[in-house]
Ligand binder design. Sequence first.
Ligand code: ASP
Ligand code: MG
Length: 418
Amino acid sequence: MKVYKFGGASVKDAAGIKNLTSIISKEKESLVVVVSAFGKTTNALEMVLKAWLAGGNSYRDHLDNIYSYHAAVAEELFPSGNSAKGRIDMSFAMLKEYLLKAKKSHYDFEYDQVVSYGEIWSTIIVAEYLKRSGLNAAWVDIRSSLLTDERFRDADILWNESTGRIQKIFDFSKFSMYVTQGFIGGTINGQSTTLGREGSDYTAAIMANMLDADSVTFWKDVPGLLNADPKWMQDARKLEEMSYREAVEMTFSGAKVLHPKTIKPLQNKNIPLFVKSFLNPSEKGTMVVASPTLTKILPVYIRKENQILISILPKDFSFAMSDNLSMIFHLFMLNGIKVNLVEASAVSIDVCVDDDRPKVETLLSSLKDDYSIIYNENAELLSIRHYNQEAIDRITKDRDILLQQRTRSTVRFVARKN
Ligand code: ASP
Ligand code: MG
């Protein structure tokens, strides 16, 4: 069997769902189809949540817009009526009912209870349309089989508890394909959780791992994985093949094209990943495998914005490396700050981190008694994998470089953002 994943852009309207159906009908093998919320529905649900938490009734207008959007898509797909419409109506009614409750719990919890609806609605409509088109498809609510812990908004999968459940439900005994939700899961107590923004990629990889899939395909609005974000570099080019290692390095360095947790479940079972365009489904796309056979290697450019470069110097001149390193990094971890680059010398440590303001400030204030701290905000982290001189010149020209770090395969620069 194979896993297909369709992101929000591929299912933003009725035409997108018809296109998905045509892609799926060409597949001969059994399929698990993982689907995101329609278009920008997740952002829209975040607005509902924000308005609701702020109090008052304005959240209702946001919700009505989302409802009209889904109703219009369903109307176009099923002009003579269909049970999908009734199920969508019921599901919206449930969410409205939920939002009437007086006592609100903490943000992350409420986020997951509200925002997870986007994937429920999209999959109800998609599954119904596949059935209407004569495909032997079943809709599965993944929340009762993909179990997670209670770290709402960034839930971790309970692998032992989930694997058996997933294998039992997705057993292909009665159906040749299943449509299910990306991005969401459930706790043992039946509460909804989410896996972090753009988490549908991760869901697809988890499903592939648990079901021992032959491959996973992500259908995206780009021709494959590119050697740079095309919004940044207009001449970005498609990579034919890439190793798992490379893909992990890319997401770690800030490439937003894959969810960072996606590769591990695939690498662990050696399952190939294909990234292809839903606009040109017959084109080859990019293949991510353990050892690519490619001969031509392009430099890969990755930019991570909104960084802060912090220099930490022990006031007593004690050696940064031996005496202070573990204590300092422990503090970063405790404050939930992700370290993107480290450079250490005898008496100082430079660290480049995401500029997550309240967290960074708490960290700095707990260091300030023992360390002098200098920092550069408004920085960006630029990485080039498989660099050459031309690639370096391109990146460093017109930039004020604060720090650079080079290994055989990668060069990284922290630059002041211009
Ligand atoms: N719908 C979710 C989001 O927009 C998950 C996903 O698209 O992967 O973040
Ligand atoms: Mg998406």
